[in-house]
Design a protein around this ligand. Structure first.
Ligand SMILES: [Zn+2]
Length: 105
């Protein structure tokens, strides 16, 4: 899930990108789900949440997924509080899904 735009939540738009591995869990990711409601493809600097491990990631140079820096996260929270809230919600939704999945085993 990618946080971007004006923070207004609507449907989830999917965007396919070049497959790459999550730097945390190493699972392959090839789709982003927009959580701001805007029909946009992710850009360098956008934040996202791994669907498999709920790690917050960022699209770095050449759209490679990287771990965000603390300064980058703090600046995002300060300058775009609504989008930051969307990012936290996305992380929470994925986390809840992972908890349900784990508890079923
Ligand atoms: Zn992951």
């Amino acid at each position: 899930m990618t946080a971007r735009g004006d923070g207004v939540e609507k449907g989830f738009e999917r965007y396919r990108h070049v497959p790459q591995r999550c730097p945390n869990c190493k699972r392959e990711l090839d789709t982003s789900t927009e959580c701001s409601g805007a029909e946009v493809e992710p850009e360098e600097g956008d934040f996202t949440v791994c669907f498999y491990c709920a790690e917050v990631l960022r699209f770095g140079s050449e759209m490679r997924l990287v771990f965000p820096t603390h300064d980058g996260m703090n600046a995002f929270a300060e300058k775009q509080p609504r989008d930051f809230a969307s990012l936290l919600k996305a992380k929470m939704l994925v986390t809840q899904m992972l908890i349900r999945k784990a508890e079923m085993n």
